[in-house]
Design a protein around this ligand. Sequence first.
Ligand SMILES: C[S@@+](CC[C@H](N)C(=O)[O-])C[C@H]1O[C@@H](n2cnc3c(N)ncnc32)[C@H](O)[C@@H]1O
Length: 285
Amino acid sequence: MQGLQEKLFGLAAWDSGKITDEWFRVHFDHAADIVHDWLGQSLNLSKARLLNFGCGDGITDLALVLRHGAASIHGIDIRREYQKLPRIAREQLGMTRLPAALRFETIVPNSPLAGRVRAFDGIFSWSTFEHVQRDKVLPILMDLHACLRAGGVFFLQVEPLFYSPWGSHLGRYVDVPWHHLMMTQEELWRAIQAYDGPINPTEVDFGFDDFGVDGYKQFVFREYQALNRLTADELVDIARQAGFEVLREKRQSHYMDMPIPPTLQARYPEDWLRGNEIFLLLGKT
Ligand SMILES: C[S@@+](CC[C@H](N)C(=O)[O-])C[C@H]1O[C@@H](n2cnc3c(N)ncnc32)[C@H](O)[C@@H]1O
């Protein structure tokens, strides 16, 4: 029905000039552009069937359709944040109807997809694999490998990596680089509770209002405690074990000039402490 409406009348009108929310903007512009750059070199997005593993609120998926012409994206997540996307698109773009190219699904954590979905041409995942339970990373990557057609590609990004200055994801509350490697859990939680300043608007997601100020603190602290702490090398190694070939890899640090506290220098390799982001293009032969 929606597809037919779109065939007859085209996509609902949208206007990026209406964007006011910084979380929306970084996903609609920055994240979507990078996914497009990496996948677009191997796939024609206007024809490819794509899977987004850990789609969150779906803003990046919406941008890939609107700004980069993606024809089909199936977003999956263990939460239901994507249910807010119609409202968010209305508020931030003036868009009254989501594109028919988008489909979202909530999955039981760590449940396999292979066998119940048609093979995808491409898969992507943005800031999600640091949240997957450590012992589930290999089975999930094996499952995603099985869901990809031969010759297909998987773009996997993680930021921030755990041992980097803001690898806790708690930098919005604790303004000390590498705090999570130097403070006890109790000290960290007390610092978060005590914080009553503003939060960087690029880090305030659309779930914030559901939780309220204190509930959001509890939520992000639980998320921090559940981080799998994978290093970039471990992630690459597991991706290979899952059957993927690494076609392209980029590691970056935005903190090359940040002085490392001597106590950490003695405990961790410098590349763990500085490297905050990894991009991988994984292939299936
Ligand atoms: C930091 S959010 C990123 C969401 C989205 N990619 C974005 O850029 O806004 C991490 C997402 O991974 C999802 N997630 C965590 N573990 C997962 C799993 N095992 N399977 C699918 N999604 C998962 C979370 O629910 C959350 O939406």
